[in-house]
Design a protein around this ligand. Structure first.
Ligand code: PMV
Length: 315
C-alpha cells in the first residue's frame, strides 16, 4: 500500500471567540504559514490492528494502544476508522508533524485531527469528504474541551475565511480587499478547556450581564462582515479593538496579551486583539502592509516568542 499524506492549516479567529460558544456569529480565517501534516504508511509484516504513532515535535513514538483511547491522536484514528466502518485497521505507521504552536489559539488540535482523518481515509482507499473530516475534528475537540463551538474544525478543514454560527451551516466569506495581519505569540500556553470553563461559570453566575457582552461581540462581528464584504477592511481596526475590550471584560486576556496588543498599537497597528481562548496564546494586529515589519519587530521587542505576517486575501 502506498503512503498517503495530508495537511491542514492553522487558523485565526478574527472576531467572536467565546461568544460563538453561546450562539453568536464569529469570523475566522486560515493561516497558511503554519500547517499540521499527517502521513500514513503500511508496516510491512506488522500485525493487523497495530497503529504506530510518531510525532517527533512532541517526542512521541509508540503504539496507539499505549496512548489509550482518550488521547486526541488515538481518538482521531479511531473516529476515522469508525466513520469508514473499519473495525480492524491494517498495521500502519502514522507520522504527524506540525508548525502550528500548541495551545496557542491557532487551531493546532483541530488541524492535526483533520490531517489525520484525510491521510488515514485516503490510505484506507476511501478519502473522506470535507464535511466528514470536519466532523471528526469536532468530535476530537469535544473530548478535549467539552463544548467547542465547531469554528476551529470548520475553518481548518475548508481553509477559507468563514462566517460561523454554532449549529448552522457555515458561510464562506467574500473578501473584497486583501488585508494584512501580524500575529504575535505570547509564548504562554492558553488552555482552551480551562478558559472556556471559567467563562461558563461566570455566565452561569451572571447570565444577563454575560449575554449582553456576547450580544455586543456578535454585533461587532456583523459590522466586520459588512466591511470585509464591502471591501473596506481599513475600517476593521476600531472593531478589533472594541472586541478586545469586551474580551478583557470577560477576563480572558492576560498581562502578556495586553502588553503585545499595546506594543502593536504603539507601532502603528489600527486595531489589535487576542485570538482563540485567550489567557495566553496569540494576539493579532491589523496593519498597513508597509508597517507589518515594524509592528512585528515591536512585538518581538515587547516579548513575543514568535510573529507571523499574514494576508487575508481576496476570495
Ligand atoms: O483556543 P482555540 O484556538 O481552541 O479557540 C477557542 C475558541 C473559543 O471560542 C474560545 C471556543 C470555541 O469552541 O469556539
Amino acid at each position: 500500500m502506498p503512503a498517503f499524506s495530508a495537511s491542514a492549516p492553522g487558523k485565526i479567529i478574527l472576531f467572536g471567540e467565546h461568544a460563538v460558544v453561546y450562539g453568536r456569529p464569529a469570523i475566522a480565517a486560515p493561516v497558511s504559514q503554519v500547517k499540521a501534516r499527517a502521513a500514513v504508511s503500511a508496516i510491512p509484516g506488522g500485525l493487523p490492528g497495530q497503529v504506530r504513532i510518531v510525532a517527533k515535535d512532541i517526542g512521541l513514538d509508540c503504539d496507539a494502544s499505549e496512548l489509550g483511547p482518550a488521547h486526541p491522536l488515538a481518538q482521531a484514528v479511531l473516529a476515522t476508522a469508525e466513520r469508514l466502518g473499519v473495525s480492524r485497521l491494517p498495521a500502519l505507521r502514522l507520522q504527524i508533524s506540525s508548525t502550528i504552536p500548541i495551545a496557542a489559539g491557532l487551531g493546532s488540535g483541530a488541524a492535526v485531527s483533520a490531517a489525520i482523518a484525510r491521510a488515514l481515509s485516503a490510505f484506507l482507499g476511501h478519502p473522506l469528504p470535507d464535511d466528514a473530516v470536519s466532523s471528526i475534528a469536532y468530535q476530537v475537540d469535544q473530548t478535549l474541551h467539552g463544548t467547542p463551538s465547531g469554528i476551529d474544525n470548520t475553518v481548518v478543514t475548508y481553509a477559507q475565511p468563514i462566517w460561523f454560527v454554532r449549529g448552522q451551516p457555515f458561510e464562506l466569506l467574500r473578501v473584497r480587499e486583501d488585508f494584512t495581519l501580524v500575529i504575535g505569540n505570547t509564548g504562554v500556553s492558553g488552555p482552551t478547556g480551562v478558559v472556556v470553563g471559567d467563562v461558563r461559570r461566570r455566565w452561569q453566575a451572571a447570565p444577563e450581564a454575560y449575554e449582553r457582552l456576547f450580544d455586543e461581540i456578535g454585533a461587532i462581528a456583523a459590522e466586520a462582515r459588512a466591511m470585509i464584504e464591502q471591501g473596506s477592511p481599513a475600517g476593521l481596526g476600531p472593531l478589533i479593538s472594541r472586541n478586545q475590550a469586551i474580551l478583557q471584560a470577560l477576563d480572558v486576556s492576560s498581562p502578556e496579551l495586553d502588553r503585545l496588543i499595546e506594543a502593536a498599537l504603539r507601532a502603528g497597528a489600527s486595531g489589535a486583539k487576542l485570538c482563540g481562548a485567550g489567557r495566553g496564546g496569540n494576539m493579532f494586529a491589523l496593519v498597513d502592509p508597509d508597517r507589518a515589519e515594524a509592528v512585528s519587530a515591536a512585538l518581538l521587542e515587547a516579548g513575543a516568542s514568535h510573529t507571523i505576517i499574514t494576508t487575508i486575501s481576496k476570495t
